[in-house]
Design a protein around this ligand. Structure first.
Ligand code: SAM
Ligand code: DTB
Ligand code: SF4
Length: 341
């Protein structure tokens, strides 16, 4: 297995059959292989804590089948206006105090809005950046100009997920195409902003769909800086409300395969942790996950208590990764750990 440092031009190229072979390895072998890659490219004993805030909740015109914020599903969350920037920066400061090094702001928009709303988002990004945290936003589709402005404001990363494979995509979302997603990702990349891009498992997709999504991500011209792996949180009123829960081993396999395919990315164990045991989460960390959403809420649904998360990391002897470290590790391979729990 090649575990050298990859540059975009010399990185390994996989076929779908090879990805599937990796995903289907006996779990012991899969985790061993992922852990070997992890140790070459990442701090093996550090986890990044990222806090999410929904800065504009609900009333979204898109029809994403999993999402409680879509105005097209019955009984979704109430639509609220874009938050005031002081309230957002207050939340960012509290997240920093609690140990988070990245602050991610999400808006239930089809695309990033212009005018005052966008100016306000830029001020939020600047404020988070000035706190010394990594700033991330997810605002829907983005054009090149907006991407440039966000970069200038100090944005670290833009989250825009592929969610699933191209083949399965249309059975989950009809109002926005797969190619439009890829285009937004390209605008983000071109502006020099890191891409945060991943997906969801548990929506009824096949294992090939999962592998195809990971392959698409790994084959992007610039592979994502971070890859959120979400387990569907089934929400009443959404078309996917009745989907059965996934087996946690599936999540372990996703984290491990993502780690092997994208050695330098942060693999973020995202939505769905509330239903995972400590042991299952530890297996995900062993498999190469090195980032979690930290804070009692994701965007609109529950996340584990911060005390429980800090206890888990403490019991496992894991440390949190500081913001600048994350950037150093990403850009030049230097690793320094700062925050102790
Ligand atoms: N509106 C923006 C967009 O879709 O790009 C940003 C917010 S959206 C809520 C961000 C991501 O959260 C989605 O792409 C999806 O992967 C994830 N997500 C949303 N609802 C979820 C759920 N119920 N379970 C798991 N993941 C979910
Ligand atoms: C991502 O992939 N997962 C986060 C973040 N990116 C924005 C969002 C998860 C949302 C889960 C459902 C909710 O809380 O509304
Ligand atoms: Fe809207 Fe994003 Fe939810 Fe889709 S995932 S309905 S775009 S908020």
């Amino acid at each position: 297995m090649d575990t050298g440092v990859y540059t975009p031009s010399e990185r390994q190229v996989f076929t779908l059959a090879q990805v599937r072979e990796i995903y289907d390895l006996p779990l012991t072998q899969l985790v061993f292989r992922a852990q070997s890659v992890h140790r070459e490219h990442q701090q093996p004993d550090a986890v990044q804590l990222c806090t999410l805030l929904s800065i504009k909740t609900g009333g979204c015109p898109e029809d994403c089948g999993y999402c409680p914020q879509s105005a097209r599903h019955e009984g979704g969350v109430e639509a609220e206006p874009l938050m005031d920037e002081r309230a957002v920066l207050g939340a960012a400061r509290r997240a920093k105090q609690a140990g988070a090094t990245r602050f991610c702001m999400g808006a239930a928009w089809r695309n990033a809005k212009g005018g005052e709303a966008f100016e306000r988002v830029l001020r939020m990004v600047r404020g988070v950046h000035d706190l010394g945290m990594e700033a991330c936003v997810t605002l829907g589709m983005l054009n090149e100009e907006q991407a440039k402005a966000l970069k200038e404001a100090g944005l670290t990363s833009y989250n825009h997920n592929l969610d699933t494979s191209r083949e399965f995509y249309d059975s989950i979302i009809t109002t926005r195409s797969y190619d439009e997603r890829l285009q937004t990702i390209e605008h983000v990349s071109r502006a020099g902003i890191s891409v945060c891009c991943g997906g969801i498992i548990g929506m009824g997709e096949s294992v090939d769909d999962r592998c195809a999504m990971l392959l698409t991500l790994a084959n992007l011209e610039t592979p994502p800086e971070s890859v959120p792996v979400n387990a569907l949180v089934p929400v009443e009123g959404t078309p996917l409300a009745d989907r059965p829960a996934i087996d946690p081993f599936e999540l372990v396999r996703m984290c491990a395969t993502a780690r092997i395919l994208m050695p330098r990315a942060r693999v973020r164990l995202s939505a769905g942790r509330s239903s995972l045991s400590r042991e299952a989460q530890m297996l995900c960390f062993l498999a190469g996950a090195n980032s979690i959403f930290f804070g009692e809420k994701l965007l609109t649904t529950a996340n584990p208590d911060t005390d429980a998360d800090l206890q888990l990391l403490r019991d496992a002897g894991l440390r949190t990764l500081a913001a600048q470290d994350a950037q150093d590790a990403h850009h030049d391979g230097h690793h320094h750990l700062a925050v102790t729990l």
